[in-house]
Design a protein around this ligand. Sequence first.
Ligand code: NAD
Length: 491
Amino acid sequence: MTQTHSAGADAGADGYPRLGLFIAGAWSEGTGGRSEPVINPATGGTLGLLPHAGTADLERAATAAAAAFERWSRTPALERKRVLNRAAALLRQRIDAVARILTLEQGKTLAESRGELAAAADIFEWYGDEAVRLYGRLVPSRLPNTEHRVVREPIGPVAAFCPWNFPALTPARKIAGALAAGCSIVLKAAEETPGTAMALVEACRDAGLPDGVLNLVFGNPAEVSEFLIPHPAIAKVSFTGSIPVGRRLAAMAADGVKPCTLELGGHAPVVVYDDCDLDEVVPMLAGAKYRNAGQVCIAPSRFFVHGAVYERFIDRFAAHAAAIAVGDGLDPATGMGPMANARRVAAMERLVGDAQERGHAVVTGGGRAGNRGFFWQPTVVRASDDDSLLMTEEPFGPVAPIARFDDDADLVRRANRLPFGLAAYAFTGSRSRARWIGQALKAGMVGVNSLAVSLAETPFGGVKQSGYGSEGGTEGLDSYLVTKLITETVP
Ligand code: NAD
């Protein structure tokens, strides 16, 4: 299988591409002899068959990345910038076709898919621009005729693992960060959403990225990570996904003393004070909560609303939720698509069921929607205490538990009590309170009167069990670099 996999020439009648692995600059079906169906979550129908990489394919990918690293790490930064900038431009040109692929395999609305792809293109562009700013340092020497040069060098080939909720954005962060720094990469993108990752690879290839610098594999996730992470060619690991998997991959990386960046989700508290403008805040928060059917690691997901506005907030929020048109993301009238897979629907049943058993009232939604695909109604639950599964486990779905608070001191304890700390939000009309709460919330990213915590140019990452390391901004680039001192005495 050597033909193009772009959404153009090789696409099926529905615009979905023929699926494959990309190793050493060529598409193939691999040698593993295994495959799995890719499911459209809106219909439950099969979109295509995804070939799995066998051990020989993974070995070829790691070897190709190692060989390509030798060249790419020495490629002038200006050329790396040009390739990344061209990839960004190609993604923008192809946005309609790729958005359709993304929606078909992941479920989010076409408008959301387009937004995600535009953000992915921004990431390629931003990292490309940043590649030419990887400055070093000259340390004044205490010795005569001696120079201490501090340089930053690419760490080496990267093994990266991405989930299915942002099939363009998450791979874009890992690919563009690694490539800008001068690293090569073997990416295992999510088996649920391979077509979008393939489109990113096509954009890089068509932008002139040399063979072997970017390799894309799919397979049994545990087998792939167990092969790649200890592989001698791999110098760095990056993973986005769940805490249990992250813990396992980090242990494997630690065994080889390989640095690891982990983004493991969260359960973002959002504090709503009685002095903020509900007309502005409610639509903003409902939009963020139900975006991507709630499958967003930084989604506002534990609501703490001041007692003075609690009832008004719940009424308005529930009205917003109930008005969302749930349906196939390809339909322009749809406001929220399906969940990405059957596991998420089962998880919603468990979380909402637990809340109901505890007597927490479901204000709107609370069940599956439609009779095919993986739909769940936008749901609002009155959280009468903080101990339900919904208030303690990341819901990763369109369910909003809304709790009440009256006391500031206890509020901070409640907001910070979970072992996660990815994003946190607060809304208030008071400047002093805004300053105080921004400091008091324990998270890697805090939005005060704002939800803008995920941009190409700002650091993205968590604290506590939400992981470590950053994926955006200059911090994101640092994670693909090592610092080296060269002391040179002039003879
Ligand atoms: P999961 O833990 O089975 O998988 C999460 C991701 O990790 C998937 O993309 C999967 O392919 C990959 N993965 C699984 N096992 C792996 C392994 N051994 N080696 C390498 N990769 C592996 O979970 P799931 O059912 O897909 O999602 C469940 C939970 O994961 C969600 O509820 C959410 O809490 C979390 N999650 C977080 C993010 C995030 O952005 N941080 C994204 C997706 C899922």
